[in-house]
Design a protein around this ligand. Structure first.
Ligand code: CO
Ligand code: CO
Ligand code: CO
Length: 322
């Protein structure tokens, strides 16, 4: 992250993953067998139902532990709450939702902290464990790998449609289902099959996180845009302009490292940059293991198991979209 650049960070041989490569979580070695995985995330509500918001925020925060191939152990609540303007039953519902997902992840809630804030926000700080030699980062992708995505795109666009009162009940349920689905079984499959690299798709959108992976791994990525899974109705809302501002910010931020075939529809590009909440894992897997990974993901009932592109040697740190 840019704001960290001037900080004089202490060198520590046990810090296995720090802030330098914009990875999903920090990893700190405790012993030869155990390393801590640490992350936190919190944000303003993206759905109307407080219980569902709690579940989504928790699944989203836990995801960064899964993206490193780790197992969450403990979670702490982070709460910003307008105590004068909002009924306390709302915060209770949010916390109940969060706790349900923490328990689904087999993790334990150990406390938290709340502050008064005019804008409601909720999330978790999560601590997990991983073997210090067996974690996944965004820096391990190798030329020849194939890229697999485990959830369809479009949560930012559909949440924008929901805010505008345009999303019907069925689509709202599907959006909630996808955002509350843990990335646990996807991560287990990636670890079991022997993936080379992994990250989760969140605020920078699919192509923003692809770019982080390409930079960290010093490889190029080729994305087959026609193979990217997209949630039903997303393109329709996108075509009438219900696109979150973050999608355009992401596009601007990445444009120099991006080569887009003129045949790619600009509307599709808005989806490829759509900021995701609790998005899926992007897994870089050796070509000869991709069939086994896809089969395992299907067995584990992940929302998607789509091969969307490949890792190439040429033009490291860039993405080609066709
Ligand atoms: Co992440
Ligand atoms: Co994160
Ligand atoms: Co405190």
């Amino acid at each position: 992250m840019e704001v960290l650049q001037d900080l004089n960070l202490k060198k520590d041989p046990d810090l296995l993953v720090g802030a330098e490569l914009s990875d999903d979580a920090g990893i700190y070695r405790l012993t030869d067998e155990i390393a801590l995985v640490q992350t936190l995330d919190f944000f303003t509500p993206i759905v109307n139902d407080p219980f569902d918001f709690g579940r989504i925020a928790a699944a989203n925060a836990l995801s960064d532990v899964y993206a490193m191939g780790g197992r969450p152990l403990t979670a702490m609540n982070i709460v910003c709450f307008p105590i004068r303007d909002l009924d306390k039953t709302i915060i209770r519902s949010i916390l109940r939702g969060g706790l349900e997902v923490i328990h689904e992840a087999n993790a334990t809630m150990v406390g938290g902290h709340s502050v008064e804030d005019p804008e409601l926000k909720y999330g978790l700080s999560v601590t997990g464990v991983v073997h210090p030699e067996a974690f996944l980062t965004n820096a391990g992708a190798k030329p020849g790998d194939l890229l697999v995505l485990t959830k369809p795109l479009g949560t930012g666009i559909l949440a924008t449609a929901l805010k505008a009162g345009q999303l019907n009940e069925k689509s709202t349920r599907e959006l909630t289902r996808l955002m509350t689905t843990l990335n646990r079984s996807a991560a287990e499959a990636a670890v079991e099959i022997g993936a080379n690299a992994c990250t989760d798709i969140t605020g920078f959108g699919l192509l923003g996180h692809c770019l982080e992976l390409a930079r960290a791994s010093r490889v190029g990525l080729k994305i087959d845009t026609g193979k990217v899974p997209i949630i039903a109705d997303t393109l329709t809302f996108c075509s009438i302009g219900l696109v979150p501002g973050g999608s355009y910010i992401n596009q601007k931020f990445c444009s120099a490292e991006l080569k887009i075939d003129p045949s790619v529809d600009p509307i599709l590009l808005d989806v490829l940059f759509d900021p995701q909440t609790s998005g899926g894992l992007l897994i870089s897997v050796p070509r000869n293991k991709v069939a086994a990974l896809v089969q395992k993901l299907i067995e584990n009932k992940t929302p998607s198991a789509a091969v969307i592109g490949e890792v190439v040697k040429a033009l490291p740190g860039t993405i080609c979209c066709g």
